[in-house]
Design a binder for this molecule. Structure first.
Ligand SMILES: [Zn+2]
Ligand SMILES: [Zn+2]
Length: 120
């Protein structure tokens, strides 16, 4: 692949590692050693297998609890949500119709009851 990977991966593939041969790796999350024969995970930035790293299961779980190491699906879902938020005009607090006194949710720009426009 010629395409350079961004410095900060947007998503990761995370899967349990099943090593049969003994080796020692350094966990990129805590910088401590881990044995290939112990229970651990493989994490690959944006699915790039050549850049996969071995990490302690506990470190991966802790990172994911912090909101790091998003999977591709999670990253996509977050982007969709961000796009949706960006496309949706800022909504304020609920408001009360000045004409009839009806209580209205923020997304309504006019009163559904009497048709009065919302005032800024
Ligand atoms: Zn670790
Ligand atoms: Zn009204």
């Amino acid at each position: 692949m010629e395409q350079p990977s961004p410095a900060e991966p947007r998503w990761w593939t995370v899967r349990p590692a099943r090593n049969l041969k003994a080796a020692t790796y350094r966990c990129p999350l805590c910088d401590r050693y881990l044995s290939s024969l112990s229970d651990h995970m493989l994490i690959a930035p944006e699915g790039v297998a050549a850049r996969r790293r071995h990490a302690h299961t506990a470190c991966v779980l802790a990172a994911r609890r912090r909101g790091a190491l998003l999977t591709r699906d999670e990253w996509r879902a977050r982007r969709v949500l961000d796009d949706w938020r960006a496309a949706t005009p800022a909504s304020g607090p609920p408001w009360r119709c000045p004409s009839c006194g009806e209580g209205l949710e923020a997304q309504f720009t006019s009163c559904w009851r009497c048709g009065s426009a919302r005032r800024a």
